[in-house]
Ligand binder design. Sequence first.
Ligand SMILES: Cc1cc2nc3c(=O)[nH]c(=O)nc-3n(C[C@H](O)[C@H](O)[C@H](O)COP(=O)(O)OP(=O)(O)OC[C@H]3O[C@@H](n4cnc5c(N)ncnc54)[C@H](O)[C@@H]3O)c2cc1C
Length: 282
Amino acid sequence: MTTVQESHPRVRVVEVNRISDAFLRAELEGSALAGLELPGVPDEACVFYFPLPEGGHDHLGRWYTLRRVTPDATRATIDVLCHDGGVGAGWARRAAVGDELGISRVNSWFRRPADARWQVLIGDAAVLPAIARIVEESPDGLATEVVAELTEGSEQAQGAEIPPMPSGARVRRVSAAPGTSALDEIVRGLELPDGPGYVYVCGEAAATRAARKVLRHERGLRPVDYGVLGYWRRDAERFRKRYEAAPDRFAQAWAEAEAGGGGDEERVLDLYESKLSEAGLI
Ligand SMILES: Cc1cc2nc3c(=O)[nH]c(=O)nc-3n(C[C@H](O)[C@H](O)[C@H](O)COP(=O)(O)OP(=O)(O)OC[C@H]3O[C@@H](n4cnc5c(N)ncnc54)[C@H](O)[C@@H]3O)c2cc1C
């Protein structure tokens, strides 16, 4: 019998480095990467399936940013946050050369307009690999502010985990109490430069939902002026159970939101979130 994970192409871990207390950096090789036709956008990420301590691979994939990729797409780097709990973080603690990861799907979400004169990149620790690559691949002269929200008292807050930012990026650290995130407060307090620009906010799912509402409804930004993406869930296990128990209810909420959104993607998201929330699904 073919299991789900056996059907995924594999990449091989050829080097591991603990780049800070918080991050494991893994160098991956394999033709499977090129097979995915990477878009080359700096927050591009793939779904990885991690080996389990008891053998085999987890059948649920996790998204990780390709921090670097060779031009021929045969080698890539991922930086994996060693947070508490989780298959991905658990693997990062025992990762070794020779491990094989399943890989499927690639996507990117960063859509900075071509005429942007500035960008503000906001995220928690899991977003730093994407932010670092975005900054590295940004055109000279683009005014860049990075806001890193790091958990107080954790390994993340010790200082070594912010990847070196190329000169020109202004980096601001914001502390979050353990178990909290205030991305909405951060975007509420931003002093945005004049002229065309782009705000990119990623992090914990509930925190990014709140931040998106502020950008759209309080700051009045147009959807093209910002990108917001939930990277992880504080209650991942419970959410997966809720989803697996009733995938149709999520699909129905999405269909209703699309029908009511009138083609406005942000309105569709607003409606979808309120429908899930009313149904107790988020
Ligand atoms: C497009 C995209 C790109 C991403 N890129 C990266 C990346 O480059 N590096 C990276 O480390 N992560 C990245 N993430 C986040 C990563 O996919 C999630 O953190 C994922 O949940 C980790 O899987 P896990 O098996 O460790 O934990 P899960 O099994 O998903 O979650 C178990 C529990 O761990 C806790 N948890 C999960 N994630 C975090 C976190 N980030 N911080 C604190 N606690 C957490 C929660 O309490 C959760 O209930 C990315 C996510 C997306 C959507």
